[in-house]
Ligand binder design. Structure first.
Ligand SMILES: *Cc1c(COP(=O)(O)O)cnc(C)c1O
Length: 463
């Protein structure tokens, strides 16, 4: 028998030792036992192949690493230091406090999701949020579904199934891999009729493609890229005029969903839902968790006849939102009734609107907290640029302030970033020009101490 194999400690001994081992002590016995079994199987294989490390501490450390790596997919809180406000990987918008409270109330008890409390009769899910949306944007009707991909698919299915939808070749977007317009089009049962070229599409191109098979003109806001230079596309009002002259539906996929006309969106040159509706679009679609700053949802606004036709489509039932989404969206939209309040209390808007001096002040506070904990490390505050992210405002580089960390020890940037991601709470920094940056725009004031602690743990960890 192999010497190492006979030296391996027993499960009883390991479980006893795990009770006082950092990182295993707090895990449940079931989880610890399972990870020890997996590590012991690996050790037996290693022993059979030659030799293995049979020390109790190293076996326990391997079990801890196993639990940690498996836990990396469990949903945990993340401190977003990337500066990307709408980070799809980090769940896009952070909800306003008012929305969180409404979600908690809806989650912890029953709620009137589909009951009209006045009449006691069956009500309509999302009806209140739909009313606010109509009031805010001037839309005749609204319909809320699971996300903007669902909203778009529903419009294609409900209005254009088996018929043609005309789209400019400059607007055949892909959003984060799994969403590609030509594929969404066929999944919705509509026939894509591409016109024009990547950089130039003329109104006449649309006009020539019109036939008895045409159901709809679709305008897609190129939310995550810009075609600049020798480029041209008809405007929404021009497309509306053409669509209506030919008695077909005009659909505007706005994507990022800036809701109201606002200084911020003017600055960012971002079309709003209110504007597209005023231009005469029959139906517009956008996400709830991008520039709107609410929960994941797809919002459809438009003419009553069009929205009611969509509401009757059997697909709508499969795309409907849950009560938690309805609660969060309602509360977020209520904040929009006062534009100042919206900008102050909806975290996405507040982050996008935050002024440079306030960002610099936060970066300075973070640098102080870091220097206090790690006096031998280098932390400098400097100006930088950040982007909205989440497939929004790609051309809008916002001036921001970052803390730049240059590590005094031997660990590589990748190692440090890995330690930060695996910490509690997890931290995602921005890495640029061989330095680690913490961008003040996406760090909350009350995360500064936690973030500094996490950096300290990462800096000393393993050295
Ligand atoms: C983001 C986006 C989508 C997809 O929206 P989800 O809410 O992520 O489903 C579709 N179209 C455009 C133009 C977008 O910007």
């Amino acid at each position: 028998m192999n010497a190492d194999l006979s030296r391996l400690p027993s499960m009883t001994v390991l479980l006893k030792a795990a009770e006082s081992f950092n990182g295993l002590r707090t895990e449940s016995r079931v989880v610890v036992t399972e990870s020890l079994r997996i590590v012991m199987d690996a050790l037996r294989a290693e022993a059979a192949a030659g030799s293995c490390d049979t020390r109790i501490e190293s076996i326990l450390a391997r079990a801890r690493a196993h639990i940690q790596s498996r836990g990396a997919t469990r949903l945990v809180r993340v401190i977003n230091a990337t500066g990307i406000v709408l980070h799809t990987g980090l769940g896009r918008s952070v909800l306003a406090d008012a929305a969180v409270q409404r979600v908690t109330a809806a989650a912890t008890g029953y709620c009137n999701l589909e009951i009209d409390l006045d009449t006691g009769k069956r009500g309509q899910r999302g009806a209140f949020a739909e009313q606010i949306l109509c009031r805010l944007t001037g839309a005749e009707a609204a319909l809320i579904v699971n996300n903007n991909a669902a909203a778009t698919m529903l419009v294609l299915h409900g209005i254009a199934k088996g018929r043609e939808v005309i789209v400019s070749r400059g607007q055949l977007i892909e959003i984060g891999g799994s969403y590609r317009l030509p594929e969404v089009m066929s999944a919705g049962g509509a026939i894509l009729r591409e016109v024009g070229t990547t950089n130039k599409t003329h109104l006449a191109d649309y006009e020539r493609a019109m036939s008895g098979a045409t159901a709809m003109l679709m305008h897609v806001h190129t939310s995550n890229y810009r075609v600049v230079g020798f480029a041209e596309n008809p405007t929404v009002p021009e497309l509306v005029e053409l669509a209506h002259r030919h008695h077909v539906t005009m659909f505007d996929d706005l994507g990022s969903g800036a809701l109201l006309d606002d200084e911020l969106w003017k600055l960012a040159n971002e079309p709003t839902a209110a504007q597209s509706l005023r231009s005469g679009s029959d139906v517009v679609a956008f996400s709830g968790d991008k520039l709107l700053g609410g929960p994941q949802a797809g919002i459809l606004l438009g003419k009553k006849s069009v929205i009611e036709q969509l509401r009757r489509d059997p697909m709508t039932r499969a795309l409907r939102i849950g009560k938690l989404t309805a609660a969060a969206l309602e509360a977020t939209l209520e904040l929009y009734q006062s534009p100042d309040e919206a900008t102050r209390r909806i975290p996405t808007l507040a982050a996008l609107a935050e002024a440079a001096d306030s960002l610099t002040a936060r970066a300075a506070r973070l640098a102080d907290a870091l220097k206090k904990r790690l006096p031998t490390e280098s932390f400098t505050v400097r100006r930088d640029e950040s982007f909205a992210g989440g497939g929004s405002l790609p051309a809008w580089a916002m001036p921001t302030a970052v803390v730049e960390w240059r590590h005094a020890g031997n660990a590589s940037l990748d190692d440090l970033a890995h330690r930060l991601r695996m910490g509690q709470p997890a931290v995602l920094p921005r890495i640029a020009d061989d330095a680690m940056l913490f961008d003040a725009r996406t760090i909350d004031d009350n995360e500064i101490d936690e973030l500094a602690d996490a950096v300290k743990t990462a800096a000393v960890g393993g050295e």
